[in-house]
Design a protein around this ligand. Structure first.
Ligand code: NAD
Length: 257
């Protein structure tokens, strides 16, 4: 028996990076998984990998900036697997850089991707979780959601909103046995990481930024997608049955400085 046997999980942004590693880990613990992303080929690869190891998964193509698609993704999951126990809004981008270089389109898109998708994903997930007597919601914030940044104001606005969304949902939906928690990763070695460069014109050298980050991190290494996956497994599993409204940094301790 896996830790998530009999459960159904949905992760947005699960074709890549920390979402992919987490979907694979949850599936290995017995959860049936909805792999949500806009990258069809990579999403199908994740599904095939899970199935080849004896797990169960399906790919649900969804652009999470569109509320109608979010509703459909939840319905598709429940139609196929009969229930929804875990919803994790993890999809994201690095967002635009300095304020004076940010267009209205970039601003609207980034807020939709991070905040609106999390809000409406939770809305439709909560309806399903109430029907089965509970569930767990997760959001991916960032250290940028906890600490001000010089070069990524829009991203920081989004990620701090997810921290507050976590607390608001935890406060109200705990009574329905729906726990809401949030992970704040530090720098993690995923395909997204290089796109955090260049938002601030004097910080384009990825290697230099990476070396400086590792030097400042108490554990002296970069985060790996698997580090986030293990934290997410804990937060949705029964081992975290009294954890609600937690903002969990998974960052090697860099936020302590
Ligand atoms: N990598 C880091 O250092 C880091 C640090 C802190 C927080 N984060 C956050 O972690 C989350 C996961 O990022 P990652 O590093 O694993 O990146 P990633 O690029 O590997 O994965 C993100 C996934 O989101 C998907 N996605 C993007 N837009 C989408 C949309 N409109 N609809 C559906 N899916 C969409 C992408 O296709 C991609 O597969 C993001 O929210 C990111 O902001 C990353």
């Amino acid at each position: 028996m896996g830790k998530l046997s009999g459960k159904v999980g949905l992760i947005t942004g699960a074709a890549s990076g920390m979402g992919k590693a987490s979907a694979e880990l949850w599936a290995s613990e017995g959860a049936k998984m909805a792999i949500v992303d806009v990258q069809d080929e990579k999403g199908e690869e994740v599904v095939n990998g899970i199935k080849s190891r004896g797990g169960e998964a399906m790919f649900v193509h969804t652009d999470v900036t569109k509320v109608a698609e979010i509703e459909k993704m939840i319905n598709t999951t429940v139609e196929k697997y009969g229930r929804l126990d875990f919803f994790w809004h993890n999809a994201g981008n690095a967002g635009p850089g300095l304020v004076e270089r940010t267009s209205e389109e970039e601003y609207d898109f980034t807020l939709s991707l991070h905040i609106k998708a999390g809000f409406f994903g939770a809305k439709f997930a909560i309806e399903e979780m109430k029907k089965i007597g509970g569930g767990a919601i997760l959001f991916t914030s960032s250290l940028a959601g906890l600490k001000a940044s010089r070069s990524s104001t829009v991203y920081s606005i989004c990620k701090s909103s997810l921290v507050m969304m976590t607390k608001c949902l935890a406060l109200h939906y705990g009574q329905y046995n729906i726990r809401t928690n949030c992970i704040c990763p530090g720098a993690v070695n995923t395909p997204l990481w290089p796109s955090f460069m260049g938002r601030d014109s004097d910080k384009n050298d990825a290697k230099a930024v990476e070396d400086a980050y590792i030097a400042k991190t108490p554990l002296h290494r970069f985060g790996q997608p698997e580090d986030i996956a293990k934290a997410s497994l804990f937060l949705v599993s029964d081992e975290a049955s009294y954890v609600n409204g937690a903002i969990l940094t998974v960052d090697g301790g860099i936020s302590c400085s």
